[in-house]
Design a protein around this ligand. Structure first.
Ligand code: SF4
Length: 239
């Protein structure tokens, strides 16, 4: 997944300047049919919150689409609420690159509905592959799916990256790379909206600060200022 997410882009804007692209992810729900011990967003079968679709659509319309590299869909487990994820896809521009992340539990029941959904919208589908996920997947069905459909890829086991909830790194020594404010850095800026409508910044190599919400229009300038405030607080707390 990371190669896809962090594909380098040097997008040429109408004003002729090179500007960094954006990956924007949407988590319509944190409801999941699993409850993995390491889950970054604390997803579980007990989560009931759904994103406000009216507000989400208004917010998505405020994003500068010329800077979007791809949209991401996850949660929560998309395969247990395909209609909800379809509603979100219907809000995105028709020619968008969209990736989706799933736990692969649908392989236990062949997953015809989910496979049809992925193929209908030409989604790039990443299947989680930690030991906790594999215990709930049908390995033979998964092998067939991977052989038959190029849209499906097994995602690397990122529990090895020692991540804690909300992207916080396990080591006490993490340093913010200041990637968001580094004009030489061409890596994608990553944002995500959560079911409660808050927007988080996902490229801090240590923390995912809240930078805004879907009640207000998308504002890259405000969001990056918010990240810089978080960096300043972090620096002060260390001194
Ligand atoms: S399957 Fe994914 S979303 Fe669900 S609990 Fe596990 S890590 Fe979280």
């Amino acid at each position: 997944m990371y190669n896809y997410l962090e594909r380098m882009v040097g997008m040429v804007m109408p004003d002729g300047k090179n500007q960094r692209g954006i990956d924007f992810s949407i988590m319509p729900t944190l409801e999941c049919n699993l409850q993995c011990s390491f889950c970054m967003y604390d997803c579980s079968p007990f989560e009931r919150m759904r994103i406000d679709l009216v507000k989400l659509e208004r917010f998505l319309n405020s994003i500068p689409l010329e800077r979007i590299n791809s949209f991401g869909l996850y949660g929560g487990e998309p395969s247990i609420n395909i209609p909800l994820y379809k509603k979100v896809i219907a809000m995105l521009p028709l020619d968008s690159d969209i990736f989706i992340i799933t736990n692969g539990t649908w392989t236990k029941s062949l997953g015809i509905d989910f496979i049809e959904f992925v193929m209908e919208f030409n989604l790039q589908c990443f299947i989680s592959s930690t030991l906790e996920h594999k215990a709930f997947q049908d390995a033979a069905v998964l092998k067939n799916v991977l052989r038959s459909y190029s849209n499906f890829t097994v995602k690397e086991d990122d529990t090895q990256k020692k991540m804690l909830p909300m992207g916080r790194n396990r080591t006490a020594k993490w340093e913010c790379t200041k990637r968001c404010g580094d004009t030489e850095d061409k890596k994608l800026l990553r944002f995500a909206v959560m079911p409660n409508g808050v927007v988080i910044f996902q490229s801090c190599d240590g923390a995912y600060p809240i930078v805004g919400g879907i009640d207000n229009p998308f504002s890259l300038k405000n969001y990056l200022n918010q990240v810089k405030c978080c960096q300043a607080i972090h620096r002060r707390s260390k001194s």
